[in-house]
Design a protein around this ligand. Structure first.
Ligand code: C2O
Length: 537
């Protein structure tokens, strides 16, 4: 195994898209930033130096961080942020996982431009469980705002209303050609040769949009999601939520020519409407530069059946080498109602005296001013409470008309899990404002998505239909609009682990909570002591 050293200089750069330019926060001057490569078993050291005016922290999304929560990255959860002029070395070992993940800023809305790919190759000499592609390419989907993104969210918080949607989607940093800005250029191009196969490592780094992704004239063979192998299947369209990753294999089996990729929004219950589609090009060698591009039709943004068809096709590979270790017994059985609501806000003029909030079991999470992991490790009192409710405080028809005056409670509450216990969480969407799809991300673990359904979860009948054999294993899962999803995991990682909606606007509004996994009894079952350079609050 190797030790890999990276240096991330967080710096401001001017960037221009859509014929307008603005300063953006970047890593090493680029957005998307550098791809971090490692192999399973390697130790990675990333020195992050903060040269910007904001506090910064970086999260290695999907890396389990076994016992090394100090390197996980969410600001005020596992570390205090890196202040301007300061640095911090993230030091972690990649144990038992390989595949495509992403890294991103985990503070404010800096993730908009501070993100990149994290590619974990299998151990040397270990093949993929599918034929080796001719070549591999990272495809990062994201969003672009003409305005400063911190200003966008600050304005929304002040008014109590939803923030503006982005002005464009991007593929590897580019929206592709747009009619009102000819100098924009053609965008990202993937050059291919007829007869060869290409593995695309697709990452959704967008702040607030789930996306459909297609390539004109080509089928996509899905082989991996969230760095776990799946039973391969062919599809025209994938759907990918912020924080999720999907590896697909594309065979260049069409006539020479140019074929467009498209990344377009999936919004099954839009509160804000976004119509932007990003494009990129698959370019066959031997194609004349004058030849026209074949475009694809993006699915309508409310094409829930297309999204469901894709999601329901995902199954763990569950081979002898990669067995699905689904917990069959459950120690902690939890029901979390997740959704948006409104609370009074006398100063919110635009919101008519109310503001949009979000919650889990009616708790709107309040960020502490000391990191929770530090408070836990050093037994600092008064930072959090351990009374996060395991069930909604009042049961109601979650997807029907909400009860009157359903205000949320502010709090920094965690839910305590015994080390190595097994956990089932049913994430139930609520329709308090409107039903909406929430991509929920759990730090520190992969989980199995054992069941999903529409309407209210029925604890008597629904578990009978759970898939405990080959459910997909992931770290970010869409809770369907007006429905629920059930996940299971083993709490084998001591520490404090954030769980939140990966639509950044919903995280900002409070759709977040944390699990505290107590130390085990053995010598290798407790959180390691913090590194010396851990930032101070
Ligand atoms: Cu990718 Cu807590 O986030």
């Amino acid at each position: 195994f190797r030790v890999r050293h990276y240096k991330f200089n967080v710096v401001t750069r001017n960037a221009s898209r859509l014929c307008s330019s603005k300063p953006i926060v970047t890593v090493n001057g680029r957005s998307p930033g550098p791809t971090l490569y490692a192999r399973e078993g390697d130790t990675v050291l990333v020195k992050v130096v903060n040269h910007v005016k904001y506090n910064v922290s970086i999260h290695w999304h999907g890396i389990r961080q076994l016992r090394t929560g100090w390197a996980d990255g969410p600001a005020y959860i596992t570390q205090c942020p890196i202040q301007p002029g300061q640095s911090y070395v993230y030091n972690f070992t990649i144990t038992g996982q390989r595949g495509t993940l992403l890294w991103h800023a985990h503070i404010l809305w800096l993730r908009a431009t501070v993100h990149g790919a994290l590619v974990v190759l299998p151990k040397r000499g270990v093949p993929y469980p599918f034929p080796k592609p001719h070549s591999e390419v990272v495809v990062i989907l994201a969003e672009w705002w003409k305005s400063d993104t911190e200003a966008v969210i600050n304005q929304a918080l002040k008014s109590g209303l939803a923030p503006n949607v982005s002005d464009a989607h991007t593929i590897n940093g580019h929206p592709g050609p747009v009619s009102n800005c000819p100098s924009q250029g053609a965008g990202f191009t993937l050059n291919v040769q007829n007869g060869k196969t290409y593995m695309l490592r697709i990452i959704n780094a967008a702040l607030n949009e789930e996306l459909f992704f297609k390539i004109a004239g080509h089928k996509l063979t899905v082989v991996e999601v969230d760095a776990t192998y799946v039973k391969p299947f062919k599809t025209d369209t994938i759907v990918i939520a912020p924080g999720q990753t999907t590896n697909v294999i594309v065979k260049a089996d069409q006539n020479a020519g140019k074929y467009a990729f498209s990344a377009s929004p999936f919004m099954d219950a839009p509160i804000a409407v976004d119509n932007n589609t990003a494009t990129a090009t698959l370019h066959y060698s031997g194609t004349l530069s004058s030849s026209p591009t074949t475009f694809t039709t993006a699915p309508p943004k409310n094409a829930t059946p297309i999204a469901n068809n894709f999601i329901d096709s995902l199954k763990s590979l569950n081979s002898k080498k990669y067995p699905a270790q689904v917990p069959t017994k459950v120690d902690h059985s939890l029901l979390f109602a997740v959704g948006l609501g409104v609370n009074p806000c006398p100063s919110c003029k635009a919101g008519n005296g109310s503001r949009v909030v979000a919650s889990v079991n009616n708790v709107t999470f309040v960020m502490p001013t000391t990191a929770l992991l530090q408070a836990h490790f050093f037994k600092i009192k008064g930072v959090f409470t351990t009374d996060f409710p395991g069930n909604p405080p009042i049961a109601f028809n979650y997807t029907g008309a909400p009860p009157a005056n359903l205000q949320t409670q502010n709090g920094t509450k965690v839910y305590r899990l015994a080390y190595n216990s097994t956990v089932q969480v049913v994430l139930q969407d609520t329709g308090i404002i409107a039903p909406e799809n929430h991509p929920v991300h759990l730090h520190g673990f992969n989980f199995f998505a054992v069941g999903k359904g529409l309407g209210n979860y029925n604890p008597k009948n629904d578990p009978k239909k759970f898939n405990l054999v080959d459910p997909v294993e992931r770290n970010t899962i869409g809770v369907p609009a007006g429905g629920w999803v059930a996940i299971r995991f083993r709490a084998d990682n001591p520490g404090v682990w954030f769980m939140h909606c990966h639509l950044e606007v919903h995280t900002t509004w409070g759709l977040k909570m944390a699990f505290l996994v107590d130390n085990g009894k053995g010598p290798n079952e407790s959180v390691l002591p913090p590194p010396k350079d851990l930032p101070k609050c």
